[in-house]
Design a protein around this ligand. Sequence first.
Ligand SMILES: [Zn+2]
Length: 317
Amino acid sequence: MGRAPGSPPLPGAAPRVDRHTHLEGALDPAWVRAEAGRRGLALPPPLEALWHGSAVPFQGFIEAFLFGAMLLDSREAVREAVLAVARRTRASGATGADLWLSPHFLVVHRAQIRLEDLWRGVEEGLESAAREGFRACVVLDAVNHFGPRHGHAVLDLVLPERPAFVRGFSTGGLESCPFREWAPVFERARAAGLRLAAHAGENGPDANVREAVLEAGVERIIHGIRSSDETLDLLAERRIAVDVCPRSNAGLAPDLRPHPLPRMLQRGVRCALGTDDPGVMPCDLATEREAARAMGLDEPALALLDRHGSEDAWCLA
Ligand SMILES: [Zn+2]
Protein backbone atom coordinates (compact mmCIF):
# COMPACT_ATOMS: atom_id res chain seq x y z
CA MET A 1 0.00 0.00 0.00
CA GLY A 2 1.31 3.46 -0.86
CA ARG A 3 2.15 5.94 1.86
CA ALA A 4 0.34 9.25 2.18
CA PRO A 5 2.12 12.12 0.37
CA GLY A 6 2.88 14.03 3.57
CA SER A 7 3.99 11.01 5.54
CA PRO A 8 7.23 11.31 7.50
CA PRO A 9 10.27 9.21 6.60
CA LEU A 10 10.23 5.62 7.82
CA PRO A 11 12.25 4.91 10.99
CA GLY A 12 15.93 4.68 10.08
CA ALA A 13 15.40 6.53 6.78
CA ALA A 14 17.34 9.70 5.94
CA PRO A 15 15.84 12.95 7.26
CA ARG A 16 14.17 14.84 4.44
CA VAL A 17 15.42 18.24 3.36
CA ASP A 18 13.90 20.68 0.87
CA ARG A 19 17.15 21.26 -0.91
CA HIS A 20 16.24 24.34 -2.89
CA THR A 21 13.66 26.98 -2.10
CA HIS A 22 13.75 30.78 -2.53
CA LEU A 23 12.35 32.71 0.44
CA GLU A 24 10.89 35.35 -1.89
CA GLY A 25 9.15 32.62 -3.91
CA ALA A 26 8.06 30.53 -0.95
CA LEU A 27 5.72 32.96 0.79
CA ASP A 28 2.49 31.48 2.02
CA PRO A 29 -0.33 32.44 -0.43
CA ALA A 30 -2.74 33.19 2.44
CA TRP A 31 -0.16 35.54 3.97
CA VAL A 32 0.49 37.24 0.62
CA ARG A 33 -3.24 37.71 0.07
CA ALA A 34 -3.71 39.14 3.58
CA GLU A 35 -0.69 41.47 3.30
CA ALA A 36 -1.81 42.70 -0.12
CA GLY A 37 -5.27 43.40 1.28
CA ARG A 38 -3.86 45.21 4.30
CA ARG A 39 -1.77 47.41 2.01
CA GLY A 40 -4.57 47.97 -0.53
CA LEU A 41 -2.61 46.28 -3.32
CA ALA A 42 -4.18 44.27 -6.12
CA LEU A 43 -2.68 40.82 -6.66
CA PRO A 44 -1.00 40.52 -10.06
CA PRO A 45 -3.11 38.34 -12.39
CA PRO A 46 -0.18 35.98 -13.16
CA LEU A 47 0.17 35.18 -9.44
CA GLU A 48 -3.51 34.26 -9.16
CA ALA A 49 -3.18 32.20 -12.35
CA LEU A 50 -0.14 30.32 -10.99
CA TRP A 51 -1.89 29.67 -7.68
CA HIS A 52 -4.67 28.02 -9.69
CA GLY A 53 -2.15 25.85 -11.54
CA SER A 54 -2.33 27.69 -14.86
CA ALA A 55 0.75 28.25 -17.02
CA VAL A 56 1.92 31.82 -17.57
CA PRO A 57 4.72 33.31 -19.69
CA PHE A 58 8.13 33.61 -17.97
CA GLN A 59 7.63 37.36 -17.53
CA GLY A 60 4.41 36.60 -15.66
CA PHE A 61 6.30 34.33 -13.31
CA ILE A 62 8.82 37.11 -12.63
CA GLU A 63 5.99 39.56 -11.92
CA ALA A 64 4.44 37.10 -9.47
CA PHE A 65 7.81 36.41 -7.78
CA LEU A 66 8.61 40.12 -7.42
CA PHE A 67 5.22 40.87 -5.88
CA GLY A 68 6.04 38.53 -3.00
CA ALA A 69 9.55 39.94 -2.68
CA MET A 70 8.08 43.43 -2.34
CA LEU A 71 6.25 42.37 0.83
CA LEU A 72 9.49 41.46 2.63
CA ASP A 73 10.05 45.01 3.80
CA SER A 74 10.27 44.66 7.58
CA ARG A 75 11.95 42.49 10.16
CA GLU A 76 8.52 41.19 11.24
CA ALA A 77 7.50 40.27 7.70
CA VAL A 78 10.77 38.42 7.11
CA ARG A 79 10.47 36.57 10.42
CA GLU A 80 6.89 35.51 9.64
CA ALA A 81 7.87 34.44 6.13
CA VAL A 82 10.78 32.29 7.32
CA LEU A 83 8.69 30.64 10.01
CA ALA A 84 5.81 29.98 7.59
CA VAL A 85 8.20 28.33 5.13
CA ALA A 86 9.62 26.18 7.92
CA ARG A 87 6.19 25.08 9.13
CA ARG A 88 4.91 24.27 5.66
CA THR A 89 8.06 22.34 4.82
CA ARG A 90 7.82 20.45 8.08
CA ALA A 91 4.18 19.58 7.39
CA SER A 92 5.36 17.95 4.14
CA GLY A 93 7.58 15.56 6.09
CA ALA A 94 10.90 17.44 5.94
CA THR A 95 12.97 18.75 8.82
CA GLY A 96 15.34 21.06 6.96
CA ALA A 97 15.72 23.45 4.03
CA ASP A 98 18.45 25.26 2.15
CA LEU A 99 16.92 28.69 1.63
CA TRP A 100 18.01 30.95 -1.24
CA LEU A 101 17.68 34.70 -0.64
CA SER A 102 18.67 37.86 -2.53
CA PRO A 103 19.74 40.45 0.08
CA HIS A 104 21.16 42.78 -2.56
CA PHE A 105 17.85 42.94 -4.39
CA LEU A 106 15.85 43.74 -1.25
CA VAL A 107 18.38 46.03 0.48
CA VAL A 108 20.10 47.87 -2.38
CA HIS A 109 18.20 47.43 -5.63
CA ARG A 110 14.74 47.93 -4.09
CA ALA A 111 15.95 49.69 -0.93
CA GLN A 112 12.91 48.33 0.91
CA ILE A 113 14.57 46.99 4.04
CA ARG A 114 17.82 47.58 5.93
CA LEU A 115 20.32 44.74 5.89
CA GLU A 116 20.34 44.46 9.67
CA ASP A 117 16.54 44.19 9.74
CA LEU A 118 16.62 41.53 7.03
CA TRP A 119 19.17 39.45 8.94
CA ARG A 120 17.39 39.93 12.28
CA GLY A 121 14.12 38.79 10.71
CA VAL A 122 15.79 35.72 9.22
CA GLU A 123 17.59 34.96 12.47
CA GLU A 124 14.43 35.20 14.55
CA GLY A 125 12.50 33.07 12.07
CA LEU A 126 15.22 30.43 12.06
CA GLU A 127 15.43 30.43 15.86
CA SER A 128 11.68 29.86 16.16
CA ALA A 129 11.85 27.14 13.51
CA ALA A 130 14.75 25.47 15.34
CA ARG A 131 12.63 25.27 18.50
CA GLU A 132 10.12 23.32 16.38
CA GLY A 133 12.83 20.90 15.22
CA PHE A 134 13.54 22.50 11.85
CA ARG A 135 16.96 23.48 10.49
CA ALA A 136 17.66 25.88 7.64
CA CYS A 137 20.48 27.99 6.28
CA VAL A 138 20.69 30.83 3.75
CA VAL A 139 22.37 30.74 0.36
CA LEU A 140 23.03 34.14 -1.22
CA ASP A 141 21.40 34.39 -4.63
CA ALA A 142 23.10 36.68 -7.16
CA VAL A 143 21.62 37.37 -10.59
CA ASN A 144 23.62 35.79 -13.42
CA HIS A 145 22.39 38.17 -16.11
CA PHE A 146 23.39 41.23 -14.06
CA GLY A 147 27.00 40.08 -14.49
CA PRO A 148 30.04 39.72 -12.21
CA ARG A 149 30.07 43.34 -11.02
CA HIS A 150 26.70 42.65 -9.43
CA GLY A 151 28.15 39.46 -7.93
CA HIS A 152 30.93 41.43 -6.27
CA ALA A 153 28.35 43.95 -5.01
CA VAL A 154 26.43 41.10 -3.34
CA LEU A 155 29.62 40.00 -1.58
CA ASP A 156 30.55 43.60 -0.70
CA LEU A 157 27.17 43.91 1.01
CA VAL A 158 27.23 40.66 2.96
CA LEU A 159 30.81 39.62 3.68
CA PRO A 160 31.81 42.38 6.15
CA GLU A 161 29.32 41.08 8.72
CA ARG A 162 28.21 37.72 7.43
CA PRO A 163 25.74 35.97 9.75
CA ALA A 164 26.64 32.36 10.58
CA PHE A 165 23.45 31.11 8.93
CA VAL A 166 24.68 32.37 5.53
CA ARG A 167 26.51 29.30 4.25
CA GLY A 168 26.58 29.56 0.47
CA PHE A 169 26.75 31.72 -2.64
CA SER A 170 24.82 31.00 -5.83
CA THR A 171 23.82 32.55 -9.10
CA GLY A 172 20.28 32.46 -10.48
CA GLY A 173 18.16 34.26 -13.08
CA LEU A 174 18.80 34.06 -16.79
CA GLU A 175 21.95 32.10 -17.60
CA SER A 176 23.15 34.65 -20.11
CA CYS A 177 26.52 35.68 -18.66
CA PRO A 178 29.22 33.01 -19.16
CA PHE A 179 30.33 31.31 -15.96
CA ARG A 180 33.99 31.86 -16.83
CA GLU A 181 33.31 35.59 -16.35
CA TRP A 182 31.81 34.81 -12.96
CA ALA A 183 34.79 32.70 -11.87
CA PRO A 184 36.53 35.51 -9.87
CA VAL A 185 33.32 36.16 -7.92
CA PHE A 186 32.95 32.49 -7.05
CA GLU A 187 36.61 32.38 -6.05
CA ARG A 188 36.13 35.33 -3.73
CA ALA A 189 33.05 33.70 -2.16
CA ARG A 190 34.97 30.45 -1.68
CA ALA A 191 37.88 32.28 -0.06
CA ALA A 192 35.40 33.83 2.37
CA GLY A 193 34.27 30.37 3.45
CA LEU A 194 31.06 30.09 1.43
CA ARG A 195 29.91 26.96 -0.40
CA LEU A 196 29.28 27.44 -4.13
CA ALA A 197 26.22 26.69 -6.27
CA ALA A 198 24.75 27.87 -9.57
CA HIS A 199 21.43 27.65 -11.35
CA ALA A 200 22.60 26.11 -14.61
CA GLY A 201 21.03 24.05 -17.35
CA GLU A 202 17.58 25.44 -16.47
CA ASN A 203 17.01 28.17 -19.05
CA GLY A 204 20.55 27.85 -20.48
CA PRO A 205 22.23 25.04 -22.40
CA ASP A 206 24.18 21.96 -21.34
CA ALA A 207 27.44 23.88 -21.83
CA ASN A 208 26.52 26.15 -18.91
CA VAL A 209 26.45 23.21 -16.53
CA ARG A 210 29.94 22.08 -17.59
CA GLU A 211 31.28 25.62 -17.40
CA ALA A 212 29.80 26.21 -13.94
CA VAL A 213 31.64 23.13 -12.69
CA LEU A 214 34.88 23.31 -14.67
CA GLU A 215 35.46 27.08 -14.83
CA ALA A 216 33.53 28.55 -11.90
CA GLY A 217 34.27 25.59 -9.61
CA VAL A 218 30.78 25.19 -8.16
CA GLU A 219 30.07 22.08 -6.09
CA ARG A 220 26.34 22.17 -6.58
CA ILE A 221 24.07 22.68 -9.60
CA ILE A 222 20.48 23.86 -9.36
CA HIS A 223 18.32 22.06 -11.95
CA GLY A 224 20.94 20.88 -14.47
CA ILE A 225 18.05 19.44 -16.44
CA ARG A 226 19.48 20.27 -19.87
CA SER A 227 22.64 18.27 -19.20
CA SER A 228 23.85 15.87 -21.89
CA ASP A 229 24.80 12.33 -20.91
CA GLU A 230 28.46 13.39 -21.08
CA THR A 231 27.81 16.23 -18.63
CA LEU A 232 25.82 13.94 -16.35
CA ASP A 233 28.84 11.63 -16.26
CA LEU A 234 31.02 14.59 -15.27
CA LEU A 235 28.58 15.51 -12.48
CA ALA A 236 28.56 11.93 -11.24
CA GLU A 237 32.36 11.58 -11.34
CA ARG A 238 32.85 14.78 -9.37
CA ARG A 239 30.02 13.99 -6.95
CA ILE A 240 28.38 17.32 -7.75
CA ALA A 241 25.10 17.74 -5.87
CA VAL A 242 22.16 18.56 -8.16
CA ASP A 243 18.89 20.05 -6.89
CA VAL A 244 15.92 19.09 -9.06
CA CYS A 245 12.51 20.77 -8.75
CA PRO A 246 9.84 19.00 -10.85
CA ARG A 247 6.96 21.48 -10.32
CA SER A 248 9.13 24.46 -11.18
CA ASN A 249 10.57 22.67 -14.20
CA ALA A 250 7.08 21.87 -15.47
CA GLY A 251 6.22 25.58 -15.27
CA LEU A 252 9.46 27.15 -16.52
CA ALA A 253 10.94 24.42 -18.74
CA PRO A 254 7.78 22.89 -20.24
CA ASP A 255 9.66 21.82 -23.39
CA LEU A 256 11.60 19.23 -21.40
CA ARG A 257 9.56 16.05 -21.61
CA PRO A 258 10.00 13.49 -20.32
CA HIS A 259 11.66 14.98 -17.26
CA PRO A 260 15.31 13.84 -17.15
CA LEU A 261 15.42 12.99 -13.41
CA PRO A 262 15.29 9.18 -13.92
CA ARG A 263 18.10 9.41 -16.51
CA MET A 264 20.15 11.61 -14.16
CA LEU A 265 19.86 9.07 -11.35
CA GLN A 266 20.63 6.17 -13.69
CA ARG A 267 23.92 7.84 -14.57
CA GLY A 268 24.82 8.16 -10.91
CA VAL A 269 24.23 11.89 -10.37
CA ARG A 270 23.65 12.91 -6.75
CA CYS A 271 20.20 14.41 -7.33
CA ALA A 272 17.91 15.62 -4.55
CA LEU A 273 14.50 17.30 -4.58
CA GLY A 274 13.61 20.93 -3.95
CA THR A 275 10.53 23.11 -4.33
CA ASP A 276 12.13 26.27 -5.84
CA ASP A 277 9.16 28.70 -5.61
CA PRO A 278 6.41 26.85 -3.76
CA GLY A 279 4.51 30.02 -2.86
CA VAL A 280 4.23 31.01 -6.52
CA MET A 281 3.86 27.56 -8.09
CA PRO A 282 2.15 25.70 -5.25
CA CYS A 283 3.95 22.52 -4.21
CA ASP A 284 5.84 21.07 -1.26
CA LEU A 285 8.39 18.35 -0.80
CA ALA A 286 5.64 15.73 -0.62
CA THR A 287 4.16 16.74 -3.99
CA GLU A 288 7.68 16.82 -5.48
CA ARG A 289 8.24 13.24 -4.30
CA GLU A 290 4.92 12.26 -5.86
CA ALA A 291 5.97 13.93 -9.11
CA ALA A 292 9.21 11.92 -9.02
CA ARG A 293 7.22 8.76 -8.38
CA ALA A 294 5.01 9.58 -11.37
CA MET A 295 8.19 9.63 -13.50
CA GLY A 296 8.51 5.91 -12.72
CA LEU A 297 10.91 6.13 -9.77
CA ASP A 298 10.39 3.36 -7.22
CA GLU A 299 10.76 3.46 -3.43
CA PRO A 300 14.54 2.76 -3.43
CA ALA A 301 15.04 5.62 -5.93
CA LEU A 302 12.92 7.96 -3.80
CA ALA A 303 14.90 6.92 -0.73
CA LEU A 304 18.11 7.66 -2.64
CA LEU A 305 16.81 11.18 -3.41
CA ASP A 306 16.10 11.64 0.30
CA ARG A 307 19.55 10.38 1.25
CA HIS A 308 21.32 12.68 -1.20
CA GLY A 309 19.00 15.45 0.01
CA SER A 310 20.28 15.28 3.54
CA GLU A 311 23.88 14.14 2.91
CA ASP A 312 24.61 17.10 0.62
CA ALA A 313 22.43 19.66 2.44
CA TRP A 314 24.21 22.76 3.67
CA CYS A 315 21.62 23.35 6.43
CA LEU A 316 22.75 20.12 8.13
CA ALA A 317 26.48 20.61 7.54
ZN1 LIG B 1 15.82 28.42 -7.95
